[in-house]
Design a protein around this ligand. Structure first.
Ligand code: IMP
Ligand code: MG
Length: 199
């Protein structure tokens, strides 16, 4: 069971639990922290291999990607730099507004750089296709996408990640940076929200 969480029911790592201090919504672990750690390492190794001898510039999409980016960049064995962009694509809840807006732009130019856009999750793909369009106009040398999670069944745009951590079913997930109404980002596991409580 994740540290900082009180067990509600079920076997370790498969049952529902309540995160301490957030007692109203039961959660179910979908991807354990150990699996995330392993996969982040594999993704970082793939990036290190693909860009051997070069510098990579990681752009994290705030806020969801901040934890994935932090873990990923420390496992990349290359010269790196990082920047962040913030967009709004979802309101406070679980439904996409369908509208993407830049809330915080990059601090510096990406012209001529090997850019890896780091996303928490690819869902409908609306955010990613918007960001790819915007960033491509700024003439990076290479533009790739690393996403911790991918929900391909939800896709409305034909976009995909170059480095994907996990392909997951159509569930709303929180933790490891992902939120519901700004909460749960601090969970170490990726969890499914809204599991009915056990009888
Ligand atoms: P898209 O534009 O529909 O692909 O949505 C991308 C953004 O929506 C992600 O970067 C997340 O911030 C958010 N999002 C999509 N699915 C989930 C989810 O299951 N949990 C939490 N946030 C999500
Ligand atoms: Mg979000």
């Amino acid at each position: 069971m994740p540290r900082g969480c009180a067990r509600v029911a079920g076997p370790q790592e498969r049952g529902t639990f309540m995160p301490t201090g957030q007692k109203d919504k039961p959660l179910k672990v979908l991807i354990r922290r150990s699996a995330i750690e392993e996969r982040v390492l594999e993704v970082a190794r793939a990036i290190t291999r693909d860009f051997k001898g070069q510098r990579v510039h990681l752009i994290g999409v705030l806020k969801g990607a901040c934890i994935f980016l932090s873990d990923l960049v420390r496992e990349i064995d290359l010269e790196t730099s990082i920047d962040f962009i913030a967009v709004s694509s979802y309101g406070k809840g679980k439904e996409s507004s369908g509208q993407v807006r830049v809330l915080k732009d990059l601090d510096s130019s990406i012209e001529g750089l090997n850019v890896i856009l780091v996303e928490d999750i690819l869902d409908t793909g609306l955010t990613l296709s918007y960001l790819l369009r915007v960033l491509q106009q700024r003439k990076p040398k290479v533009l790739r996408v690393a996403a911790l999670l991918d929900k391909p069944s939800r896709r409305v745009n034909n976009v995909q990640g170059d480095y994907v951590g996990f392909t997951i079913p159509n569930e709303f997930v929180v933790g490891y940076g992902l939120d519901y109404a700004e909460r749960y980002r601090n969970l170490k596991d990726v969890c499914i929200l809204n599991v009915p409580p056990p009888p």
